[in-house]
Each structure stands twice: as C-alpha cells, then as structure tokens.
Design a protein around this ligand. Structure first.
Ligand code: LMR
Length: 328
C-alpha cells in the first residue's frame, strides 16, 4: 500500500485534470522551495491574500513553502501535471526546457538590479517568459531575487586561483558547471532542500546564492567565508499550468493577473529590502569572514570567466546577451 499511496499524495497527488463543477471554489496550489521570510515567500502570501479578498472567497490559494510539498524537480513535474497551479522557480532550473534562461547565470552580465528588471519587462524578457507555453506552462511574472555571492568552508575567495580544487553546489544547467570549471573548481547539482546538509557534511565546500537565501537557509552555520561578488543573478518566473489557465473565465484570469501585478511590485520592493537586511544580519552575526571584491578583483574574475562567454553566448542566443548588456 504505502509506497504507491505515498507517491500519490503531496506533490504528485491530486486530480489536476478533473473538470470543475460550475460554482465550485477554485483552489490554486502554489508550491515553492524557499522560506516564508523571503521575497518569494512573502510575495506568494501577498498574492494569496489579494486573490482571496478580491474573489470574495471564491478562490483559495494554498501556499506550500520550503519544499514542503514539492522539491526543485518535482514542482516542475507537478505543475505540468496540473497537480499544482503555481510555482516560481529560479529560472536556472528551467534551462532543460529553454537554454536561454541561463542568461541570469552569465557572469557579470547585468549592470545593476534595475538593468535586469528592465530587461525582464522588455521584449526579450517577455519572450523568454512565454517560451514555456509549448511545455504547458504559462509565465505570469518575473520575480527577481538579486545578485549571487559565493560562500565556502575552506578559505577566503579573493581571486580566481582561490577556487582551485574546491567543490560547489549548483542549481542546474551546464553554464554553472562551466563557471566553476573556468575557476578550477568542481561542481555538483543539488536540490535546494539538500544544500544545508551537503555543506554541513562536506559533500560540497561551497555554494552561491543571494544574501537572503544565505541568511534564511542559515548557511553561515556551516560556512566560514563569504565573498560579496555579485557575479550572477538569481531570479524567478511565476508559472501556471496552461490548461488550468484556459479553464478560467476571462474575469477570473483578469483577477489573477491584477493580483499578480500587485504581488510582483511587492516582491521587487522586498527583494531589495530583504537582501540588504540579510547582508547586515550576516555581517552582524560574525559567523563568516566577509570579503568584498574590489574593481580589480572583478576584472580578474571577468577575465578568468571568458571561456563561459565563449561557450554559452551561442547556446543562450547572442541577441539575448546583447540586449541584457545594453539594458540600463
Ligand atoms: C536555489 O536553488 O539556490 C534557489 O533556486 C532557491 C530559490 O528558489 O531561491
């Protein structure tokens, strides 16, 4: 009984393909992998509140944080099966579907947060967001988190040479492997829910993430050094199941779109706020030694990471890279 039953409850469970009776309450399951106290976690709750309020209780949004319902890989499968109706994965996890999503990982590509936001809201970002429709997933919004920074347990990382022989966790996709390879380091893809333990038991020496994820996942407990590098980004797209979406009336779609717009503005404001707060909190904790890359350090990293541009510009699409670079 139990093995089979277990695979049917939780992430894989439900009856996503069932058609609804006319006035049945619409239940929207929103699964994500981070803590509630993150920009994504808070914006998901904001969206819930707005939808439930504006629909007068005719729609209910159930939010499942911290991989409680589905982990990284499972949430994509669950969305495609319509067992959950909303997810907001880091776009790096979508590169298996659309390689161009890897542009967030291109080292030192965007000039600023605002440059990234403008790219996402412009024609290339919008095209990218819609590129998953053939896979049954409809993009509703870009929810940026922010710049990534390196942490590790072995030594301060000030120059590309310092990475030699270390092993880092990656989210997904070949570009991040290429990034660490160019720095002389190894890498291993691990689901977000597995990272803390992998850092603790030394399966990997380090990882890269936003200040807020580093803080809320308590990586400082199991890492000794943090390099403020802003070498890449970690951003999300909110995705829904296309069939689910098409089963809604135009009015219901409009209500969801309006609430999503409001939640998105909230998420972006929080991203900035919470990452800054987490940075200060990490500093104040005294648990990790912090090094901020100088301009000349950055130049050395940009040089060392040239092979990543050589290998991935065509895979991502030169027009995307050029547009991202030109974004202000
Ligand atoms: C990660 O796996 O490091 C991130 O994608 C987690 C997240 O969703 O912020």
């Amino acid at each position: 009984l139990s093995v089979f039953t277990l695979t049917l409850v939780g992430c894989g469970g439900g009856d996503g393909t069932k058609t609804k009776a006319k006035d049945e309450k619409i239940i929207i399951k929103f699964s994500h992998v981070v803590a509630e106290s993150t920009p994504k976690g808070q914006a998901a709750l904001k969206f819930k509140q707005l939808v439930e309020e504006k629909s007068g209780g005719k729609m209910e949004v159930q939010v499942f944080p911290s991989s409680q319902l589905c982990g990284d890989k499972e949430e994509l499968e669950a969305l495609q099966a319509n067992n959950v109706q909303l997810i907001a994965p880091s776009v790096t996890k979508l590169v298996g579907f659309v390689p161009a999503f890897q542009l967030v990982d291109m080292p030192f590509l965007f000039a600023s947060d605002q440059a990234a936001y403008n790219f996402y809201d412009g024609p290339f970002g919008q095209k990218l967001m819609r590129s998953l429709e053939p896979k049954g997933m409809l993009g509703l919004a870009w929810w940026p988190n922010g710049a990534k920074h390196f942490t590790n347990s072995k030594r301060p990382l000030k120059t590309p040479e310092d990475f030699k022989g270390l092993k880092f966790r990656t989210q997904s996709g070949g570009l991040l492997d290429a990034q660490f390879k160019a720095l002389g380091a190894g890498s291993q893809t691990l689901a977000f829910a597995e990272v803390y333990q992998a850092l603790q038991n030394g399966t990997v020496d380090g990882q890269e993430n936003t200040f807020n994820n580093i803080d809320t996942q308590k990586y400082v407990e199991v890492q000794k050094y943090l390099t403020v590098s802003s070498h890449g980004r970690l951003d999300y797209v909110v995705l829904t199941n296309t069939k689910f979406w098409n089963s809604l009336t135009p009015e219901q779609q409009q209500l969801i779109s309006d609430c999503m717009k409001e939640a998105t503005a909230y998420e972006r404001q929080l991203a900035d706020e919470l990452n800054n707060k987490s940075k200060e909190k990490i500093k104040a904790s005294g648990k990790v030694e912090i090094y901020e890359l100088t301009e000349s350090d950055r130049a050395a990293f940009i040089k060392a990471l040239e092979p990543v541009y050589k290998e991935y510009t065509d895979k991502i699409g030169k027009e995307y890279i050029d547009a991202a670079r030109a974004s202000k």
